[in-house]
Ligand binder design. Structure first.
Ligand SMILES: [Fe+2]
Ligand SMILES: [Fe+2]
Length: 170
């Protein structure tokens, strides 16, 4: 049944990278004139490369994108706007929370794919390393330890995990 699982992996990763793009776009819409904008743009350009790659893979593996793309697109943009408005800590907290989930997700996929689809495993491993750079960048900043920011991070992680589960299946 590895073919089915591989299709799920490609579908969910394309959706996830779209979500990442939208989060950074949402944050940039609010913070475009702030010093953080350059870092957000750097991360955005990486996510665009990831997204392009998974779009290519959708085509070559003949996988259709998740039907939830429009919802993820709007939701992730909104999350970006919201966290940017909440402030610096929330902006970094969002990246930290999302990337922690994505890194774990890419690591599990890479393990699964080894020996089954080594080319794809190479891609998920490389992207995982690049997501780690985003996580490190966020973690270098104060992402807040108070009740509010802790709850925010938990909430974003839960949202990300749910979006992953849903996108794998449809
Ligand atoms: Fe990415
Ligand atoms: Fe990232």
């Amino acid at each position: 049944m590895s073919k089915k699982r591989i299709r799920e992996i490609i579908r969910v990763n394309q959706a996830g990278e779209l979500g990442a793009i939208q989060i950074y776009k949402g944050q940039l819409a609010v913070l475009k004139n702030k010093p953080i904008a350059n870092d957000l743009k750097d991360m955005l350009s990486k996510e665009k490369k990831h997204y392009d790659k998974f779009n290519e893979l959708l085509n070559s593996y003949e996988v259709r994108p998740t039907i939830f793309s429009p919802i993820w697109k709007t939701g992730a943009f909104g999350l970006g706007v919201l966290t940017a408005i909440l402030g610096k800590k929330a902006t970094h907290a969002c990246t930290e929370a999302v990337e922690e989930v994505i890194i774990d997700h890419y690591q599990k996929q890479t393990q699964y794919l080894r020996g089954k689809d080594n080319n794809l495993a190479k891609i998920t491993k490389k992207f995982c390393e690049e997501e780690k750079e985003h996580l490190d960048f966020a973690s270098e900043h104060d992402t807040g330890n108070d009740l509010f920011h802790s709850a925010l991070k938990k909430g974003i992680k839960l949202l990300s995990k749910s979006a992953i589960k849903i996108s794998e299946k449809a």
